[in-house]
Write a protein that binds this ligand. Structure first.
Ligand SMILES: [Zn+2]
Length: 566
């Protein structure tokens, strides 16, 4: 292929073909094809080991069966239906596992601090021995491989393919953001400490004057309930699945100039699954199909995701192969007396994942390599994150909701509270994201860093809440072995662009404005990965992207006195 590059005259190729050729060469180099045979063999064997280690790391976590036997008294504060769902552990004790559906409600709701302490400690000690050893081997091997390929760190190897380009850029991004969020974090910690003091007095507990790791979620939840008082159980009665789906699909169709048709009697893998055909409304041409597989069932993938099933690209004869994607989720199932009622965060997930579906379907790349969501990894979430904004805006919310029994619209007061609650705990939540991103960067830039020590240091320094002694959170951090190595920062990074796109265009010109929607479709979704994200953004925004909207969304002031960059 190197020879081909020399022989071919670039101007005889279409721009996307030039990009394709350049990408192939880059990927070849990133696999060491230009290096001596024995180096190539070394790289190959490292890659093989790495993939096995990653599988083991996550398998250990998935198969962890640790549970804590606890009495009803020790589980004080948890609702009756939660307690009733727990298995008995002999005597009068109940089994609390460390799986999400047990861990999160307990940390949020249990008012016995000693119980929260025990459970938080056990949660962050999962697979400590085995995964600690695996993690060490992972970061060492990754550093070795990257060094053989001529990179000074694994982070730099990974980031070369991303918008950020280097570990230095990521470090600056995270440090600056941490600095800006610091005062907000301090305010939120002060509020939480007050709540804790009051609670200790009320329950006759010793007040230790500080926030512990096992206090965080408990008091963050109290902030949501007391300061923003959104009644999630009442709210969900306005989000029956049928109404949400109808509203969501109609918003997407209007916004992007598309027409969806349910295919009756389609061949599907389960009776819950629906298949839709998607046409461009203007031309009537079929551009793709998508499946919706929304409810949990045994043996099904447990998270929410969008899977590309067939890439949209050109065939050899020049005709276009349509894109096909499936959205998979595990939303609350209907019961005999109520339809499926979605929590607001489920509606948000629905909007987010469906955003990925639209990215898959609307892209018109020529090569499969650039189809749909094959964009820079630190940009891939931006389109979907942007679409999450629709579930925090009045007009779209009203279109997706209706009380499941009375048919009433959401009361104005509840709607206002909901929209306001988006600001709850933003400081602490985002500082924690920065801690995780920085641990990930540290491990992939300095191989000698001790994961648990590094995590503890960053928690104290950035979050202002110490890690529990003896725990090892990084050994439970699945992303480190799940394809996010050196890329966890991407969640925050892509939010800069999602917020900029939303506030600069949609918020100004209307969240249901079809003209902006079409611009969005043609500038951001249509190219797939056939253009750099920075080029697409500039086209859509009419200028280079900036951080202002992102910072404002985090509750920060933006200093507009800075001279504009030229
Ligand atoms: Zn996503």
């Amino acid at each position: 292929i190197f020879l081909l590059q020399e022989k071919i005259q670039k101007d005889s190729l279409r721009p996307e073909a030039v990009r394709y050729l350049e990408r192939l060469i880059k990927l070849g180099r990133r696999n060491g094809l230009h290096l001596p045979k024995d180096t190539q063999e070394k790289i190959k064997s490292i890659k093989k080991k790495l993939s096995l280690l990653c599988i083991d790391f996550n398998k250990n976590l998935n198969e962890d069966t640790t549970f804590l036997p606890l009495t009803r008294e020790e589980l004080g504060g948890l609702p009756e239906d939660f307690l009733n769902s727990l298995e008995k552990a002999g005597d009068d004790k109940l089994k609390v596992t460390l799986k999400y559906p047990h861990y999160f409600p307990l940390l949020k709701k249990c008012h016995v601090p000693e119980t929260r302490r025990k459970v938080e400690e056990a949660f962050n000690c999962r697979c400590k021995q085995e995964n600690c050893a695996i993690l060490r081997e992972l970061v060492t091997l990754r550093a070795q491989k990257s060094s053989l390929l001529g990179f000074s760190t694994h982070a730099d190897y990974v980031l070369e393919m991303n918008m950020a380009k280097s570990s230095q850029v990521v470090a600056t991004f995270l440090d600056e953001l941490a600095q800006k969020l610091k005062p907000l974090g301090e305010q939120e910690r002060a509020v939480i400490l007050e709540l804790k003091k009051a609670e200790c007095e009320k329950r006759g507990l010793d007040f230790d004057g500080r926030i512990n790791a096992w206090d965080m979620r408990y008091y963050m939840n109290q902030v949501e309930e007391t300061r923003y008082s959104v009644d999630q159980n009442l709210l969900k009665e306005y989000f029956p699945m049928q109404v949400v789906t109808k509203g969501l699909l109609s918003i997407y169709q209007e916004l992007l100039g598309l027409t969806f048709n349910l295919e009756e009697n389609a061949t599907v893998w389960h009776e819950d699954v629906k298949l839709y055909c998607v046409r461009d409304s203007a031309s009537g041409k079929v551009i793709g199909k998508f499946y919706l597989d929304l409810y949990p069932r045994e043996g099904k993938y447990g998270h929410a995701a969008c899977f590309g099933l067939q890439p949209g690209c050109l065939r050899q004869d020049g005709s276009r192969q349509i894109a096909i994607a499936a959205m998979v989720a595990n939303f609350t199932k209907p019961t005999p007396d109520a339809p499926s009622l979605l929590q607001h965060d489920e509606v948000e997930t629905y909007f987010h994942e469906f955003g990925h579906v639209m990215h898959q379907l609307c892209s018109q790349a020529e090569f499969a390599m650039f189809s749909g969501t094959h964009v820079e990894r630190d940009f891939v979430e931006a389109p979907s994150q942007m679409l999450e904004n629709w579930v925090w805006e009045k007009e779209p919310l009203l279109r997706m909701s209706q009380h499941y029994r009375t048919g009433d619209t959401i009361p104005q007061e509840l709607l206002d509270k909901l929209i306001k609650s988006r600001q709850a705990n933003t400081g602490l939540f985002n500082l924690r994201q920065i801690v995780l991103a920085k641990v990930d960067q540290a491990l992939h830039t300095q191989t000698s860093a001790d994961p648990a020590e590094e995590y503890a240091r960053l928690c104290q320094e950035i979050l202002g809440v110490p890690a529990t002694p003896g725990t090892n959170m990084p050994a439970t951090f699945g992303h480190l072995a799940g394809g996010y190595d050196a890329q966890y920062y991407g969640y925050l990074w892509s939010e800069v662009y999602s917020m900029d796109m939303f506030h600069t265009r949609f918020k100004q010109e209307g969240v249901l404005n079809g003209k902006v929607g079409m611009d969005y479709r043609s500038c951001i979704l249509r190219p797939g990965g056939s253009q750099d994200a920075s080029v697409m953004l500039k086209l859509f925004l009419g200028r280079d992207p900036k951080q202002d909207a992102f910072l404002l969304s985090k509750g920060l002031q933006v200093d507009s006195s800075e001279p504009p960059a030229c």
